[in-house]
Write a protein that binds this ligand. Sequence first.
Ligand SMILES: O=C(O)CCC(=O)C(=O)O
Length: 280
Amino acid sequence: MSIAKFKLALLQIAVGASKTENLLRASRFIKEAADKGAHLVTLPECFNSPYGTGYFAEYAEQLETGESCLALSAAAKENKIYLVGGSIPEKKDGKLYNTSTVWGPDGGLLAVHRKVHLFDIDIPGKIKFQESEILSPGNEFTSFQMGDVCKVGIGICYDMRFAELAQIYARNGCKLLLYPGAFNMTTGPAHWELLQRGRALDNQVYVATASPARSESSSYVAWGHSSVVSPWGEVIATTDEKESIVYADIDLDHLQQIRSQIPVTHQRRSDMYEVIQKKN
Ligand SMILES: O=C(O)CCC(=O)C(=O)O
């Protein structure tokens, strides 16, 4: 019989200029979450490096040999957990990516997600950010199977704005969508929670986001507020801007009940409209 409930932990850690310290901090928080019974643990976007186009090249690593992936693999194995390694700047074949790695309880690499939608926005007087000046986009959907428990879909931050990605993950059987992210002081209060609730309710899935803790002295000030939203669209666990761990029980029976009570999946009018998946 498969397990219908498991504990998810989101690590809202502070990220500074020292990669070594960031990795040590991540390992310490991972252990704490595992000791508290978390089965799946998620780090924030860009957890090993300050977030900003000026930092990515300097902090970037190759996945196979980089110290961040070695640390993540070891932490997953030591704590016997599934671990979503937030994201790190990755270098590969002369290009840079914003990349999330997923590790199994044996320390093996289960999945790699390269941010598909790069964060390029310009809100005059508020925030301008152009990831595409430095980064290349990934071109693949990424999900992984957590043993016989649950299929999980991965997006990174700006990816959450694209409803189609979430819809395709849900259609492919994902019951939890994880978005390591770092919204900011303009779009955070306006859209962070709303997007999570929208993705969760539309697709009747759990949605979780993991942000770095806020540092007012960083060049990019993160919103924080890592959260978990249920398939009912309700925020079931959240926090403020400070360093913390957010825990939530993911209850797949509850998800199933909601799906049978409000059966939108079967009521779609695919004779009238359709979202098409063009790649794997
Ligand atoms: O979509 C937003 O408002 C923020 C996105 C972001 O910070 C990111 O993709 O890293």
